[in-house]
Design a protein. Sequence first.
Length: 138
Amino acid sequence: MEIDITDLLARGFEPNKYSASVAMLGNDAGRITWNAAKEDAPAAGLLDTEQKRAAFRDHVREYGAWTDQEIDAWTDTELTALLLQIIGAEFRESGLNPATPDWYEYERQAARGVVSGNLFGGHMSTDGRVYFSFLFNC
């Protein structure tokens, strides 16, 4: 499943707002980024169909961090907030600038296994849009 994140990036996506370390934000980093993601989730427009929500739930089940009951109980806001955090982490860990992404460098990193390769845009996208893909599971 691919989620089009082009509009999210165009609105000035800030990866560190949703994914940051204790070294960056202090001991409350997890709470701060989770609250920011939950606040912005309703306007994100990312998981706007039941098919997308179900596919993303299936994807995060493979992380092994939550029970099926926990995942099934998440609200749409919580589910989208988690997606924002994962997208933020993808950008932050790769060093990819959401405003001016170097897709060639990201592709090289993905080929070497340095990054997940779950993002694609620019020359990597057939329509020029930017996507987060969870076809490749954990």
